[in-house]
Design a protein around this ligand. Structure first.
Ligand code: SF4
Ligand code: SF4
Length: 434
């Protein structure tokens, strides 16, 4: 694709990067076939190719973002299905991130949108604030029908809808030594939403990794990975979170570290990108690249090490749904399936497994209508498998699928922990006798 970037972008690292990405697109349109918003809405401007054109026009001509451009970019889930499909290797992720920063700097959103986005950025990345917000949401449930009727207020209704009816007891981030033969030492990402909504995932991961032979430590001073604010276009807030985490992990890396283990694939995709995000920061570039190289999804580490000796394998059928950030963002596809099969589960996969469930970070708050339709589709495909349980690898996907499906939903590590000596995952207890 011919490109001619605006004067202000020429010669900058970001401008060069955007230009390189845009030049790779040959306009073939293969990506449209796997784009959830195009498949749902049928509008070329809601396809990757259409969005690439809009971004090219905006960046080339240094245009102020129009409401039309913002609408179509906002509707993108950042699911990255298009990057898996694209035969030319277009790095859509970095391009759309760049466009979001550009929009955030130059486009004045309606007041209610600004307030909502600021609230999301100030609350969701902080577990304590999130807990308070969920408790407040319990008192605001009566507002849901009213808010649902006003289009501008639907994201607030979605927030109320997403708030769980109760909060589980937190699981402390306490260092745990390896049991049995010691293999090494890892740091486990503490995370934000996952630690509030499903702290059992942390407990299961610590049990499983120590059983495999790792000392599992938690780094003091860690914060949210930055994905939430980054994808809202709040670049500096995302970078600040990345720098804070690198500071925290720098100390850990000095004492010898085999991996930074992540159980939420959305966070994993972002942390694996720290090296790129901070490539021009002289104080952080080198350590950011080291952090990205050490970051891995828990399933990647487990496949390398093998599972501990199993007790009796639970005779259950598992419907496995790979999060987009796992399959498209990190290209981690076979690992969770192989692990579940090795643990004795009968694993099935739904049709259209490559299509997003509609969770996509804060997408199910900001675009509730599209998210809900995608969630329903995903749940129908999964329920059709008639599995005993659905497994996935990202808290956002688990929450979204749970809303729409009648089948219990757990994290893959909860099943692997159970199969190798841990307790049965709580969502299964009403359905399965141990
Ligand atoms: S990231 Fe997902 S929603 Fe966005 S253009 Fe690509 S396939 Fe479509
Ligand atoms: S598949 Fe790749 S090259 Fe083809 S239109 Fe989509 S982004 Fe461009």
């Amino acid at each position: 694709m011919q490109t001619e970037l605006a004067e202000f972008m020429r010669g900058t690292a970001e401008g060069q990067e955007a230009e390189d990405i845009l030049r790779k697109c040959v306009h073939c349109g293969f990506c449209t076939a796997t784009c959830p918003t195009y498949l749902l809405l049928g509008d070329e401007l809601d396809s990757p190719r259409g969005r690439i054109y809009l971004m090219k026009e905006m960046l080339e001509n240094e245009q102020e973002p129009t409401s039309e451009v913002v609408t179509h970019i906002d509707r993108c889930l950042s699911c990255l299905s298009c990057t898996t499909t694209c035969p030319s290797g277009v790095n859509y992720m970095h391009l759309v991130d760049h466009a979001r920063f550009y929009i955030e700097e130059r486009y004045k959103r309606a007041l209610h949108e600004r307030v909502l986005r600021a609230l999301i950025a100030r609350i969701l990345p902080f577990p304590e604030r999130m807990r308070v917000a969920i408790r407040l949401a319990w008192f605001g449930q009566w507002l849901k029908p009213v808010l649902t009727r006003v289009k501008a207020m639907q994201p607030l209704a979605a927030m109320l809808q997403l708030a769980p009816g109760s909060l589980p007891e937190p699981v402390a981030a306490r260092n745990a030594p390896a049991s049995g033969n010691r293999r090494g030492r890892v740091v486990l990402l503490q995370g934000c939403a996952e630690s509030v909504l499903r702290p059992q995932i942390r407990a299961a991961t610590v049990r499983l990794l120590t059983r495999v032979g790792f000392d599992v430590d938690f780094a003091a001073g860690e914060t949210c990975c930055g994905a939430l604010t980054w994808h809202l276009g709040r670049k500096e807030e995302g970078l600040e979170a990345a720098r804070r985490n690198i500071d925290a992990w720098r100390r850990e890396m000095e004492s010898g570290l085999d991996a930074i283990v992540i159980t939420a694939s959305g966070c994993g995709t972002t942390i694996k990108d720290y090296g790129f995000m901070l490539r021009d920061d002289p104080q952080y570039a080198e350590d950011a690249a080291r952090v990205s190289a050490l970051a891995c999804d828990v399933s990647e580490l487990l496949v390398q090490c093998g599972l501990p000796a199993q007790r009796t394998a639970p005779q259950l059928t598992v419907a496995y749904q790979s999060p987009c950030s796992m399959q498209h963002g990190q290209k981690v596809v076979r690992e969770p399936i192989e692990l579940l099969a090795a643990a004795g589960f009968n694993v099935r996969q739904p049709v259209e497994a490559h299509i997003c469930c509609g969770s996509a970070g804060t997408y199910n708050i900001l675009q509730p209508e599209i998210a809900s339709r995608l969630g329903q589709q995903k749940a129908e495909h999964l329920d059709r498998l008639q599995a005993d349980v659905i497994a996935t690898g990202n808290i956002g996907c688990a929450t979204q699928i749970e809303r729409h499906s009648g089948t219990p939903v757990v994290h893959t590590v909860e099943l692997l922990d159970w199969a190798t000596g841990g307790p049965m995952p709580a969502p299964l207890s009403p359905y399965v006798n141990e």
